[in-house]
Design a protein around this ligand. Structure first.
Ligand SMILES: [Zn+2]
Length: 546
């Protein structure tokens, strides 16, 4: 008898709390679309009370991804605070299936020091907020209650809290190991108690953190103890050391179903590699090569003995196939491209989903790349497709750049940027060609936006091998839209056979995301510019700073 496990993906909520993982609203919608293709059961889209942008992201995901007939349910998080529950319920409204997720801490250490409250008050708040959520979410939808820090809560009180939540209308009860403290036996025992308490009509859920590297093990122990929902993230992203990784839990159930009472999920595992890559790309957080299931080396056989055995029979060293997680297994190269149909077929085999409208553009880009380098490899195609999946608005464009760099001397850079029909030129000196060019861009940007972007992370990696390999630059900037506001992080990517060009493109991509999210930052400067130059003449000035 198959035992269905509900896969609740929280990449966009808990995963987004990974330090430096901030996503724009458009990027979140892109990830949600891919999670729907991966066929997770629930997408936790965010924490709407956190900020207006977060509420907007949840609302858009509910409307654009969650309204389709076979779409995953959309979840939103709320503290046990009436205003939070109201905002979360409103954001979820457009979704066909909704899961309103309310939480409050139940451990004494959290109740005393964080909430500065009492157990009695906590029970009252659980009752009130779960009842409010039940009322607002509407019949037929789910209300989930999480007892934050459950694994360090006193058991009789924890069970009392869960009882109160179920009495008030919760249909899912979550048992978070918020601080990653539990070990598998202990966590299984806890889940078993909760399952016994709430019975079959309520779904019990796991939510495990990886502080001791036990998140996946604890989640699986929870399933063995009767949990029917797992809260997981792509690439194991999440607060601190992260959450249980979706790909590890799903592939364990798929590889060893008998150990879990025949547990199965709806996840389309052949979408795992594409999803992992997309999330890594958009968050700018690389996946370690030895990461289970989705790491670059997860299916590489290095030692001679292993290779020999593998070639004689793959089962000697392979417990799951690369195809089952969406790896084509091919590293074949593509000379001059073999027509549009062949191109499309190749993308499909790489697990890349491209909207038909975008296919032509992508094909044209691949053709032009084939003119620049001898061979266009799968790695090149993946990188191009990823760049395409990244919703970057084309606002400020590079018109021209030049840089000079010589041993023992500082470098210089010149750029001209094009924005709203005008050209903005600037010059700067710097410590190396990339530094000089980015500083020149900053100088030009002073005439375009009020925000001052700070470069907080920069890396270049090579796509594939060979001396004509493309470089992919990743840039993270932090910028506050206006003075006094908290800085927000934007990630940009650039791809080119010239790493300086790739770096410049990456920087501009991040800046364009900033301007798109905060158009007022550019409008104010434009208005000031108009005042100085009412005739509308370009005011681009060369030679700021050296
Ligand atoms: Zn968490």
């Amino acid at each position: 008898m198959p035992r269905p496990i509900r896969v609740f993906d929280t990449t966009l909520r808990d995963g987004e709390q990974t330090p430096g993982a901030a996503l724009t609203v458009d990027e979140k919608v892109t990830v949600a679309r891919q999670l729907a293709r991966l066929r997770v059961d629930v997408i936790e889209a965010g924490f709407p009370a956190a900020s207006p942008g977060e509420a907007e992201a949840v609302r858009r995901i509910a409307a654009e991804v969650g309204s389709a007939e076979d779409a995953p349910a959309i979840a939103a998080l709320a503290r046990c605070v009436p205003a939070d529950v109201t905002v979360a319920a409103a954001a979820l409204q457009p979704a066909r299936r909704r899961q309103l997720h309310v939480f409050i801490a139940t451990s004494d250490i959290h109740i005393t020091h964080k909430l500065r409250s009492t157990r009695e008050e906590v029970l009252e708040r659980i009752h009130a907020c779960v009842a409010q959520a039940r009322e607002l979410v509407g019949p037929g939808h789910d209300v989930e209650f999480s007892a934050e820090d459950a694994s360090r809560s006193e058991l009789p009180f924890l069970l009392e809290a869960f009882e109160a939540a179920v009495a008030a209308g919760a249909s899912v009860i979550n048992v978070p190991d918020t601080v990653g403290y539990a070990e598998p036996k202990e966590y299984a025992a806890l889940v078993k108690q909760v399952v016994k308490l709430v019975g079959r009509r309520v779904l019990v859920s796991t939510h495990c953190h990886n502080d001791l590297g036990l998140a996946t093990a604890n989640t699986l122990a929870g399933i063995q103890a009767g949990a029917r929902q797992v809260e997981v993230t792509i690439n194991g992203l999440g607060e601190r050391a992260g959450n249980a990784s979706l790909e590890e839990v799903v592939m364990t159930l798929r590889t060893r179903p008998a150990q879990f009472g025949g547990a199965t999920t709806n996840v389309a595992s052949e979408q795992l590699t594409a999803t992992s890559r997309l999330v890594s790309f958009l968050t700018g957080i690389p996946v370690q090569p030895n990461k289970s299931v989705v790491g670059a080396n997860a299916f590489a056989h290095e030692s001679g003995i292993h290779q020999d055995g593998f070639l004689k029979n793959p089962l000697t060293y392979e417990i799951m196939t690369p195809e089952s997680v969406g790896l084509s297994g091919s590293t074949l190269t593509l000379g001059k491209l073999s027509g549009r149909a062949g191109f499309d077929e190749r993308l499909r085999r790489l697990g890349i989903h491209v909207e038909p409208a975008a296919l032509d553009t992508l094909y044209a880009e691949a053709i032009s790349l084939a003119d620049q380098k001898k061979q266009v490899t799968d790695a090149d195609l993946l990188a191009l497709a990823e760049l395409h999946a990244d919703p970057v608005p084309q606002l400020v464009e590079i018109e021209h750049w030049a840089t000079a760099s010589r041993q023992g001397e500082s470098s210089s850079g010149n750029v001209s940027l094009f924005y709203e029909g005008k050209t903005f030129r600037a010059f700067a000196g710097g410590n190396g060609p990339v530094d000089a060019l980015l500083k020149a861009v900053d100088n030009a940007l002073e005439q375009i936006i009020s925000a001052r972007p700070q470069l907080i992370d920069y890396s270049v990696r090579s796509i594939g091998a060979g001396e004509d390999a493309q470089g992919e630059a990743t840039v993270k900037i932090a910028a506050a839209a206006s003075e006094g506001e908290a800085p927000q992080i934007f990630t940009g990517h650039g791809l080119s056979t010239n790493v300086v060009e790739a770096s410049l493109r990456a920087y501009l991509a991040a800046v364009n995301k900033l301007i798109a999210e905060h158009p007022a930052a550019a409008d104010a400067v434009a208005a000031a510019r108009e005042r100085r130059s009412p005739s509308g003449e370009p005011v681009g000035a060369a030679g700021t700073g050296a």
